[in-house]
Ligand binder design. Structure first.
Ligand code: CO
Length: 151
């Protein structure tokens, strides 16, 4: 029995990981000390039970000077949420609390850091206009991109 169960678990895990990547259930973004993301577009699927959004900061500067996070909102909400994010402050990782406009928000990280957040694909409507951006003060105009949502 033990000889059979280990390979079964391995194959099951492998299958789950493959499914996640093949179906747009995860997005990984890189950021740096030059205040940008490594991409301006990403695609996810609304049919994913869980979408994982990961952010890596490949720079060296501390979070207080060159902090980055990622927020997902409807494209039309970005500017207003970015303003409210500054009011929310560093203690809230520059994310307005309990705000329905914020679909997902990571913590703020500094150089060498890594963070991620998971949210249900059901929060997104296929074909609608979404954006991902960094809400650290002064970054939202440069650090932003389109989030395309498929079924
Ligand atoms: Co930033």
């Amino acid at each position: 029995m033990k000889k059979l169960s280990a390979p079964f678990v391995f194959v099951a895990l492998l299958g789950a990981a493959g499914f996640a990547h093949a179906n747009g259930c995860s997005v990984s973004l890189k950021s740096n000390d030059a205040m940008n993301f490594d991409r301006t577009e990403a695609t996810v699927s609304a049919s994913c039970a869980t979408i994982t959004l990961e952010l890596v900061h490949t720079g060296k500067m501390p979070a207080a000077a060159m902090g980055h996070n990622v927020l997902i909102t409807a494209a039309g909400d970005r500017e207003a949420v970015a303003r409210d994010a500054i009011k929310a402050g560093a203690a809230n990782h520059y994310a307005p609390k309990n705000d329905p406009r914020v679909i997902a928000a990571t913590t703020v990280i500094g150089g060498g850091g890594r963070t991620s957040v998971a949210f249900p694909g059901a929060k997104l409507t296929p074909g609608a206009d979404y954006t991902f951006f960094c809400s650290f003060p002064g970054h939202a105009m440069l650090m932003k991109g389109k989030l395309l949502v498929t079924r």
